[in-house]
Design a protein around this ligand. Structure first.
Ligand SMILES: Cc1cc2nc3c(=O)[nH]c(=O)nc-3n(C[C@H](O)[C@H](O)[C@H](O)COP(=O)(O)OP(=O)(O)OC[C@H]3O[C@@H](n4cnc5c(N)ncnc54)[C@H](O)[C@@H]3O)c2cc1C
Length: 309
């Protein structure tokens, strides 16, 4: 119920200024984001990999409107990939990239810039022995992101896609992407979307998630089941056995800091469990989407704002 107002409030520049001046050490931020630097990301990765989990890392930043900033994001990913390789972590860790962070939103030739930048990151990932997944953003970018994915997969077929069950179109997108070798992350979706394109009711989103799960698990690809929802995890597990899927022919994914005990439980039961680690200075948009999903955290959040003064 509180989700839409929080996402709307998050667009206010004043709120953004207030929240962004909090030191990153404020409890609520560090519970979702391990730090702002490559070193903090590598440390968090090493800890999780040591616990038998896999990782995907996101250098935070979105809605980049200038080429220099997009280049800086690419440089951060290259630095990260090099550091992961140097620490022997690329077997267990890949990267997640938002096309808007590497130039997609730049007017006129944003798609071209984002494609070239994503290609550079895919090449570096492959050289380091790992892969890239393209995060999915709001619905105005879905077609363009899937078109970029198709281009990238010509040279880097291992590149992962993300589909959001709250969109009406997604079941059809799952069918189109459930082919051999195709890595597809299925999530519910995190943006404020209009009724014309997205289910608004939680139950409808859950039903769509299950329909999409069936398509992906019955298909030939590699489903990446991204959810913290205990019911969805249970349904995915029983569908996986119904469709004769062995452990390791799909994986579960959860966000850093959310249900960590469940993450370990799934890994110790033999499932592949990947944790999404966001890091970097641009944590504001990410934090707001997490708060919108979990308004119970607002009181904790309000306390960290007050204690800053
Ligand atoms: C690995 C991964 C990658 C993702 N990538 C994308 C992407 O590319 N694009 C995109 O739009 N979205 C992405 N998302 C976010 C996703 O779309 C949802 O917004 C988010 O995962 C919440 O949905 P849920 O399936 O966990 O279910 P919900 O119905 O939101 O939650 C189910 C239960 O999970 C627990 N929980 C959920 N959120 C929290 C929280 N913040 N704190 C504590 N407990 C919580 C609670 O027990 C809750 O009852 C990603 C999510 C994951 C896990």
């Amino acid at each position: 119920m509180l989700r839409q107002p929080i996402l709307l409030l998050a667009r206010s520049e004043q709120i953004k200024k207030l929240v962004s001046t909090m030191p990153v050490s404020a409890g609520i931020v560090t519970s979702y984001v391990p730090g702002e630097t490559t070193d903090s990301a590598v440390d968090a990765t090493a800890g999780l990999v040591g616990d038998g989990l896999k990782v995907t890392l996101d250098f935070l930043g979105e809605d980049t409107l200038d080429v220099e900033q997009a280049d800086a994001t690419v440089a951060a990913y290259l630095d990260l990939l090099q550091a992961l390789a140097a620490h022997g972590l690329t077997r267990g860790a890949e990267v997640s990239v938002k096309l808007s962070a590497v130039g997609q939103a730049i007017p006129d030739n944003g798609d071209k810039i984002a494609l070239e930048n994503a290609r550079t990151i895919c090449r570096a990932a492959r050289n380091a022995g790992t892969t890239v997944t393209l995060d999915m953003e709001d619905h105005t970018t879905t077609d363009r992101t899937l078109a970029t994915l198709r281009e990238l997969r010509k040279d880097f077929p291992e590149t992962g896609a993300v589909l959001q069950a709250y969109l009406h179109r997604t079941e059809a997108d799952c069918r189109a992407l459930a082919y051999e070798g195709s890595r597809v992350r299925l999530c519910k979706g995190a943006y404020k979307e209009p009724e014309s394109v997205a289910f608004q009711d939680r139950l409808d989103v859950d039903r769509s998630y299950v329909r999409c799960l069936k398509v992906l698990l019955a298909g030939q690809g590699y489903p990446m089941i991204a959810t913290h929802d205990p019911r969805m995890v249970e349904i995915a597990s029983s569908l996986a056995s119904r469709y004769g899927r062995a452990q390791g022919s799909y994986e579960f994914q959860m966000l850093y800091g959310i249900r960590p005990e469940e993450q370990k439980r799934l890994a110790s039961s033999g499932e592949t469990m990947r944790v999404y680690i966001p890091y970097g200075q641009e944590w504001y948009g990410y934090l707001m989407r997490r708060l919108a999903e979990r308004p119970q955290n607002l009181s904790f959040f309000a306390k960290s704002l007050i204690s800053k003064k």
